[in-house]
Design a protein around this ligand. Structure first.
Ligand code: COA
Length: 529
């Protein structure tokens, strides 16, 4: 494999403009992450510390192996709503515990007592899917007030899938270890109840289907927390807990010991040499304006080992760049947009996905797509036929895929390039990323034509003021909804990342997908040739 040659002019005004805009995006990301990591705010954090408890991130930090990175998944869940429930009142991500790569979740008791809200339910469901697909054991660090009671209507029914998921994973030989640090009420008690291993902290953890107030209401029984569902009771009498930890640090130690004794095969350790070009330059390469294209090979050159890339069909279907490389020593097949998808580039993409399935090679999609080519000529060339072929290949491919959205993601291009609905194993975005069915101006323009045609058919005059207002409102709304901040809040991705961290994040994601067997398929839906 030969290294790519970069043609980026780092002294150009375009480079400087992009860099400035992307740095602003990265600063906004840091601010949003700091807010999410701040949990329920200074007052509740201090109260938690004053109770002599470790903060959830400290628990995660102490659980992890000393040199283990932590790949947080969906850290800004729900943040588009103003950050009232940062991160869904939980922490979730992938790290290594006692040499075992696993999913780690932690309730954040500084946010509404760690009550599970709608974003927490969605985030839990997403990480449960990651654990299942990539064959990861799970460690839960629990201290939760159970359901977010005022918003129960949003979570009650979907929330049930969390318990089902734990036991389904257990049946797939993917154990869950629950360390209980605090309260675990009602539904919340079923998390340790369904777990394969449960540890409770003495005189601190409590677990019951109904807490003392409800028991008093329902039965007239007056009973305190510890007597009703304390760690001692559950470890010695009820048998719900397998281990009684003397304190939080002891619980984390026992959790690590359990992981060490799972008999788990060690994960593949990443290797690989650094790219020949500086990832810092990605900030000047990624267009701040999604309408301005940039060569995806410049991104590949700053992400893959030694900047080496073996391009497939370089002279054909040039708006989709395809080829092989290694990232952290893991072989990948890359599909990256270099313009609008035409019939030839879509067909080439489908062929390349076949080849990667044939050779059991994971896929990396670098998505920067305004959509498929439209118009008379494109239709006559069979853009629908070719596009369907690519979507067919993306849908039926069974090798793990990772998608990074490095620019625009519009229309069916989102689907054809392994968007969220196509279930890539991981999907990350850059701060410059925009995502929508189409651009705000185009969307408002289409609606204007539809409204004018409809009025003409009815023989009614168009209210120009009303139409202008509608257009303006729509542009603003879609512009806002298209940002990566809005998308990540709604869990349309697994997180916004600093472009400079792309390689590090991909290495962790690739190490994770290799926990499960990588097996391609040669079974596809019907292709329209
Ligand atoms: N849903 C929504 N908000 C909740 C909540 C819940 N289940 N449980 C607690 N909160 C809120 C509290 O109202 C409080 O908000 P405020 O500070 O704005 O008044 C905040 O979270 C902190 O709760 P607090 O009770 O002060 O925390 P604590 O650490 O002293 O006690 C619990 C924690 C979990 C023991 C206690 O909050 C509790 O018993 N909650 C109800 C548990 C329950 O019965 N859940 C039913 C699940 S189906």
């Amino acid at each position: 494999m030969r290294p790519l040659t970069s043609r980026v002019d780092t002294r150009s005004s375009n480079f400087a403009r992009n860099r400035e805009a992307n740095l602003a995006g990265v600063a906004r990301l840091a601010k949003a992450l700091a807010k999410a990591r701040g949990g329920g705010g200074a007052r509740y954090v201090q109260r938690h510390i004053d109770r002599g408890r470790l903060l959830p991130r400290d628990r995660v930090g102490r659980l992890l192996d000393r040199d283990s990175p932590f790949l947080e998944v969906c850290p800004l869940a729900g943040m588009h709503e103003g950050g009232i429930v940062p991160g869904g009142s939980m922490i979730a991500g992938i790290g290594v515990v006692s040499g075992v790569r696993c999913l780690i979740t932690a309730s954040d008791a500084t946010v509404q007592g760690g009550a599970i809200n709608t974003w927490g339910v969605q985030r839990s469901a997403r990480v449960a899917q990651i654990a299942l697909e990539n064959r990861l054991p799970t460690v839960n660090l629990i201290e939760s007030a159970g359901a977010d009671l005022p918003n129960q209507a949003e979570i009650f029914v979907p929330g049930g899938s969390g318990f089902r998921s734990i036991t389904r994973r257990s049946a797939e030989k993917l154990p869950t270890v629950s360390l209980v640090f605090g309260s675990c009420t009602a539904g919340g008690a079923y998390i340790p109840g369904m777990s394969d291993y449960t540890v409770m902290v003495k005189e601190q953890a409590a677990m019951y289907l109904a807490g003392p107030p409800l028991v008093k209401m329902a039965l007239g029984e007056v009973v305190d927390d510890e007597t009703l569902g304390g760690a001692d009771l559950h470890s010695r009498t009820s048998g719900v807990s397998d281990h009684l930890a003397i304190d939080e640090v002891d619980a984390l130690r026992i959790g690590r010991e359990i992981m060490a004794n799972l008999g788990w095969q060690s994960a593949r350790v990443p290797g690989g040499d650094e790219p020949a070009y500086d990832p810092e330059e990605l900030l000047g390469i990624a267009s701040s304006d999604v309408k301005v294209p940039f060569d995806c090979r410049e991104v590949i050159a700053r992400v893959v080992d030694g900047s080496r890339f073996h391009e497939f069909k370089p002279l054909y279907g040039s708006t989709l760049v395809t080829g092989w490389a290694e990232i952290g020593g893991f072989r990948v097949g890359i599909l990256a947009n270099n313009g609008v998808l035409h019939a030839d580039s879509a067909g080439k993409g489908a062929q390349f996905i076949h080849l990667c399935n044939q050779s059991d090679t994971p896929l990396l999609f670098l998505q920067n797509i305004t959509g498929f080519m439209v118009g008379q000529s494109a239709e006559a060339q069979g853009i629908i036929r070719a596009g369907s072929k690519l979507i067919n290949a993306v849908s039926n491919s069974t090798v793990p895929a990772i998608t990074v959205m490095i620019g625009g993601s519009y229309g069916a291009g989102n689907y054809a390039m392994m968007g969220r609905a196509y279930e890539p194993r991981f999907l990350f975005t850059w701060p410059n990323h925009r995502i929508a069915v189409m651009g705000p101006e185009q969307l408002a323009g289409v609606l204007e034509i539809v409204k004018r045609d409809s009025a003409a058919r009815k023989g009614k005059p168009v209210d120009e003021n009303q139409l202008a207002m509608l257009k303006q409102m729509l542009v603003g709304k879609v512009e806002h909804e298209s940002t990566c901040w809005s998308a990540t809040g709604r869990l349309w991705d697994d997180g916004v990342i600093d472009p400079r961290d792309t390689r590090t994040v991909l290495i962790q994601a690739l190490a994770t997908v290799h926990e499960a067997p990588v097996t391609g398929t040669m079974r596809w839906g019907t292709f329209r040739h």
